[in-house]
Design a protein around this ligand. Sequence first.
Ligand SMILES: [Zn+2]
Length: 283
Amino acid sequence: MQVQYYALDLTCPICGQEKTVSIPESLFSEKKYGHIKIQVPQGAVCEDHVFVVFLDVKGRIIGYETVDLSITAPSEEIYEEEALETGILENFVRNLGFKCVAGLIHAKLFNYPMYLIVNKDSNINIVEINKILDETMPEQYKNKRILRTIEYNKNIIPTATYFYSLVKNQKKTAYLLNLRKHIIQTPWDTGYDLEKNFIASALGKEDKSEQLKFISFYISKFLEDVEKTKIIVEPIKKISGKDLVKKLKEIAITSTVTKTYVSFIKEFIRRKISPEIAKKIHD
Ligand SMILES: [Zn+2]
């Protein structure tokens, strides 16, 4: 008998790397209720991490769980890991998921409504989450969009993915995620690269107490490049993305002006400044 495979778009909850992985369909065919738990080995999605993905019986992702590798790590490493203090950003990413956090920063900066789906007995502090999110923002973006929660009651709707589809239907322009580090809806199509880079760079800073401030610093630089783009684009009729990359490279604050970077700038101009100016930038 031929084995049927099912393509699954997985995201590492720890570092945000993404990969499509084939899973044998037979995993789902035998189960009618509940969820399926698959341990994703190191190297399958990213080089460094082992994690667990939860699927419903139809093979749709419900969420992720991180696996504590320190159990199997050599004792010396455990000692070193414990000796280092965990930073707020590190903890934030660990609790909510790398890509989820990138999306929260994006939603806040680009002004999308955002909701975290929680259970009745979820032990989360939404005020604290919003406080940390605010700290990643430059002054003018603090306290603008806040993350709100939607409560999911398993007793009323037993299938989580069905509940998600109801929420999606109601909130078509919102960024939706759950506490299992899974993004349920992304209302923009530029992706997550900009914010993922911000987080990765900030996490690389040695002074952990300053990591959140670094993100707001990177955002400020991005906003300066938005202003520079405005100066280039405003007086002309239209410009191709490729030409804009070239022109921006001469005056930009960031050293890595790419097509992707420009697509984020265009999206920011469209949402926050002027759709007319954004329209002048074409592919
Ligand atoms: Zn990873």
